[in-house]
Design a binder for this molecule. Structure first.
Ligand SMILES: Nc1ncnc2c1ncn2[C@@H]1O[C@H](COP(=O)(O)OP(=O)(O)OP(=O)(O)O)[C@@H](O)[C@H]1O
Ligand SMILES: [Mg+2]
Length: 160
């Protein structure tokens, strides 16, 4: 997925919601898509990542971090809920809320300070905290289709 033409199969800009669908055929393509978005993101944006275990959410976040100019390794924050990276163009807050039992737990980590701060937030398993997400965010949905092979992913990005 080196450029838009390679991967964008559908861009629906007539509707109020902007939606783009990308087809990834390898981990590298997913990383590259994340990197491109990370390079172009703005302060205050919130990205929600949804998709099954192993869909590629963390890989996408790693690419995104690289696009922000973060050089340190980005790992899955599953056991910490939040990893913060301050070495890039903007602060990057990488959440993984897979293990939280109740969205109220997010208050304990200072959720609102991050969401409404000047950095960029990315939330893996965002559907688990749907009720506390801000009204405006970028939804990134990652889906496998095993009929199309183990490395195939359909990635739908929608501005909400
Ligand atoms: N096209 C692809 N895009 C992304 N990952 C792919 C692709 N093809 C194969 N993979 C593999 O799928 C795995 C994705 O792992 P990753 O940790 O990013 O998933 P995840 O959605 O964060 O999972 P979890 O829900 O456990 O956090 C990696 O092992 C990666 O190599
Ligand atoms: Mg993950």
């Amino acid at each position: 997925m080196k450029d838009q033409n390679d991967c964008s199969v559908d861009s629906d800009r007539e509707k109020k919601r902007r939606r783009s669908v990308y087809l990834s055929h390898s981990p590298e393509e997913t990383y590259a898509l994340g990197k491109r978005l990370g390079a172009g993101c703005s302060p205050g944006q919130v990205y929600t990542l949804t998709g099954d275990l192993g869909a590629g959410k963390t890989l996408f976040a790693q690419g995104f971090a690289a696009g922000l100019g973060i050089s340190e390794p980005v790992s899955s924050p599953t056991f910490t809920i939040l990893q913060e990276y301050d070495t890039g163009r903007l602060p990057f807050y990488h959440f993984d809320v897979y293990r939280i039992a109740d969205p109220e737990e997010m208050e304990e980590v200072g959720w609102e300070d991050y969401i409404y701060g000047g950095g960029v937030c990315m939330i893996e398993w965002a559907e688990l905290v749907a009720e506390i997400l801000p009204e405006h965010c970028f939804s990134v949905r990652m889906e496998k289709d095993l009929e199309k092979g183990p490395d195939y992913r359909r990635i739908t990005i929608e501005e909400k």
